[in-house]
Design a protein. Structure first.
Length: 189
């Protein structure tokens, strides 16, 4: 009975490791357009909505939906700001800022231009349950604006998606090794 218990425990560990390895990140990019006003220290969206103009991979179901935009400063107070959120019938996608890497206002002629970039985390949650649909995923953002007040907000996931075949091969090898170990121990007795 003790050997069967050990074998079942080993199988449970293998199953747990495969489920951890198969966590699905958010992949792709999303581009949002809107209107704003800015200074050298922050940006304000007016109205506080924009449109998802383009979206790829996991984020493509949100294309052409209205996005809520949150104004923010270009200092440490921006950390944790949910800078955009967009909902479709099933899920809500949003991005929170982790850091502002650079921000600059340049004047070429009479029209100042804003360029801000940073890092953050993408989340996608189910609207009914509130549970994560995908694993929260690191991403990059870049925001540009000019005196015309048109914002171009580009967000890109930095997730590296594991190959399903590689995970399957790894899992099969681990199960095979566990079976061989179990058989050797059984024959040794």
């Amino acid at each position: 009975m003790n050997k069967i218990t050990k074998f079942l425990a080993l199988c449970a560990m293998l199953i747990a490791s495969v489920s951890i390895a198969s966590a699905t990140p958010i992949t792709g990019s999303v581009a949002i357009g809107g209107t704003d006003t800015f200074t050298s220290t922050g940006i304000s969206f007016d109205p506080s909505t924009g449109i998802v103009l383009a979206a790829t991979d996991n984020m493509s179901p949100f294309r052409f939906f209205t996005a809520a935009l949150q104004s923010f400063s270009f200092d440490s107070s921006a950390i944790g700001t949910k800078v955009f959120s967009v909902s479709n019938v099933l899920d809500t996608l949003y991005f929170t800022i982790s850091s502002i890497v650079s921000s600059s206002v340049s004047s070429s002629g009479s029209s100042p231009t804003l360029a801000v970039s940073g890092t953050g985390t993408f989340y996608e949650v189910n609207n009914r349950t509130g549970a994560n649909v995908y694993t929260p995923t690191s991403g990059l953002f870049s925001l540009t604006s000019s005196t015309t007040g048109i914002t171009s907000f580009q967000l890109v996931s930095t997730a590296v998606t594991p190959e399903p075949n590689s995970l399957l091969l790894l899992g099969t090898g681990l199960v095979g090794a566990a079976c061989m170990l179990f058989r050797r121990r059984r024959l040794a007795i």
